[in-house]
Write a protein that binds this ligand. Structure first.
Ligand code: UGY
Ligand code: MN
Length: 247
């Protein structure tokens, strides 16, 4: 889309980034064919993980052999068949999968326009802790719990809260006017996509209007806060590195 005078809401700063959909440029990624793939966040930005959006054409597919990363995929729309290790399921909007390090996964037979958001991380094993296991789930079956006691800001935790898992992926849904209760500053890193609604995100010392389709990177210790605005609830899907030692 052309914007007059070369304007965009996109901003890439040293410790955070807002990537608006108008600036997307696709990449060819090994293992993914018949799709438009956009690498939204990765090490080149300064991040410790990758966030990749794949939009499939008819006949498109993703086939990834065993890799050194763990991969989480979330269906934003459309439908396709997912295999992870020995699991297989026809997935549609709101379904998700997790492929641990060393487990092959695939997405095949997508309807045209099927969009999947991937988060990839180099897995950090822990001595004497079991390996994480493959999963295919449905976010509509995951209960939203009040965040720090606020029933207007609800959190759905999509992956098991087990030391085996070194990443969390959650959905946060806010009623209009609800906020993160304080400006968070923490060691965990985030990659985020707005799924619905709108609001204002504070990242470090800047405030950004955001809406569906916007992607945000927050480096470790990036001060962060959100308020939902408008008449509809706002929700976002986000990644977080978890469960590992300080040193
Ligand atoms: O899990 C989190 O750190 C979450 N409360 N952060 C966020 O929504 N920016
Ligand atoms: Mn946070």
């Amino acid at each position: 889309m052309t914007s007059p005078y070369g304007t965009t809401r996109t901003r890439v700063a040293a410790r955070h980034a807002l990537i608006a959909p108008d600036g997307h440029v696709k990449s060819n990624v090994p293992g993914i064919t018949g799709a438009e793939t956009v690498i939204l966040i990765n090490e080149a930005m300064g991040a410790g993980f990758a966030q990749v959006m794949v939009t499939f054409g008819r006949g498109g597919r993703a086939r990834v052999a065993e890799e050194g990363t763990d991969t989480f995929g979330y269906f934003m729309n459309g439908s396709a068949t997912v295999t992870v290790g020995g699991l297989k399921k026809r997935c549609s909007a709101g379904h998700y999968f997790y492929a641990p390090v060393g487990v092959a996964w695939s997405i095949t037979a997508p309807t045209r326009g099927t969009r999947v958001m991937l988060f990839e991380k180099d897995y950090e094993p822990l001595a004497r802790v079991e390996a994480p296991w493959p999963l295919i789930g449905d976010s509509s079956k995951v209960k939203g719990e009040p965040f720090l006691g606020d029933p207007d800001a609800r959190l759905q935790v999509l992956l098991p809260d087990s030391p085996a898992f070194d990443m969390a992926v959650n959905i946060f849904t806010y009623k209009p006017g609800a906020t993160l209760p304080f400006v968070e500053t923490h060691v965990m890193e985030h990659g985020l996509v707005m799924l619905a609604g709108q609001g204002v995100y504070r990242l470090e010392d800047s405030w950004y209007p955001v809406g569906a389709g916007d992607v945000i990177w927050m480096a470790p210790y990036c001060p962060q806060w959100f308020v939902a605005i408008g008449k509809q609830p706002a929700s976002y899907l986000y990644y977080k590195d978890v469960n590992r030692a300080a040193l």
